[in-house]
Design a protein around this ligand. Sequence first.
Ligand SMILES: Cc1ncc(COP(=O)(O)O)c(C=O)c1O
Length: 360
Amino acid sequence: MIPHTHIEIDFKALENNLKLIKQKAGNKKIQGVVKANAYGHGDFEIARALERLGVANLGVARVNEGVRLRELGITSEILVLGGAEENEFEPLINHKLKPVIYNEGIAEKLNDYLKFRDLKHQVHIKIDTGMHRLGIAHDKTEKFFNELKGYTNLEPEGIMSHFVAAGAKEAEWNVLQTERFKDALTNWKKIFKEAPKNIHIENSAGFFNFNLDFTNTVRLGIAIYGYGYAGLLPVLKLYSSVKDIKDVKKGETVSYGGWFRAQSDMKIAVVPVGYGDGFMRAGRKGSVMVNGEEAPIVSIICMDYFMIDVTNINGIKIGDQVTIIGDTHDAGYWAKTSGTIVYEVLTLLNPRIRRKYNGA
Ligand SMILES: Cc1ncc(COP(=O)(O)O)c(C=O)c1O
């Protein structure tokens, strides 16, 4: 039974997005980024759908995310974008997850571990070209690649970086980062005498905004889920239903803190969704759709509920569907309303909300 509050995932929309992405990608390999529960969409179901749609390469942030997918039967190549800590080497290797090498120390430690177990393992090397998060500093790549040559149990098969502001198409940062990444690639070729098998820096914005001719893989998250570019369709919708309806007299307040006070007699409806589901308190300034009409939120968002003004919605009754993320108000609307980004709106939607997968 699907509970009243549920997320619907539309595989037809996913398929549409993949088709558009593949047309643009040409020969470039697509990595589907499924970290953080596939941006709230459901990691296993999305990974399996991507496999079915011919995306045989996945990206997660953490080792435990990759282990979970393996245990559920996902066999695609999985790159752990955040790399592995020392205490994660065992599950990393045993589950055939490829780590990103994000600093010099971890390369040495992983090599030692592999030597001890008499194994070899493929890795991607991340270059910090300006993000200053993970990666070997762009001006230290020559020294590092020479060290890496000595780590004979590591099989470096990829070089990668990450854009700071790919969404700002004209930003100088993008040019600088691209140059630094190309310099690192030149050093790689000089030291290893061949090009790496995988070269990647583009996320969704980088992929749509730039036409880089020297990369051969793109790491795409938000575009796959339907946001950011014309022609893409949002994959996720969030629905609930009216749990109760109340008359509120002029001067009475609604929800915690008395933040909302009725200016006249009104009718409110209780919607069983709250920040305990990942629907942010900051979303309280938005409206939801009920019976095709807009109903403003008139309460602080509680852990499990919020209340809406339904005074002018004729014939409203308990059980009527409430669309929170849908065609009229997509995740972009809630991002604006809440002062955040689409990624956060989607990713926060947690497993307490049941998911229903359509069009598989
Ligand atoms: C290292 C890395 N690559 C790729 C992505 C995918 O980015 P997007 O969802 O913008 O395509 C992310 C997402 O945060 C990331 O951290």
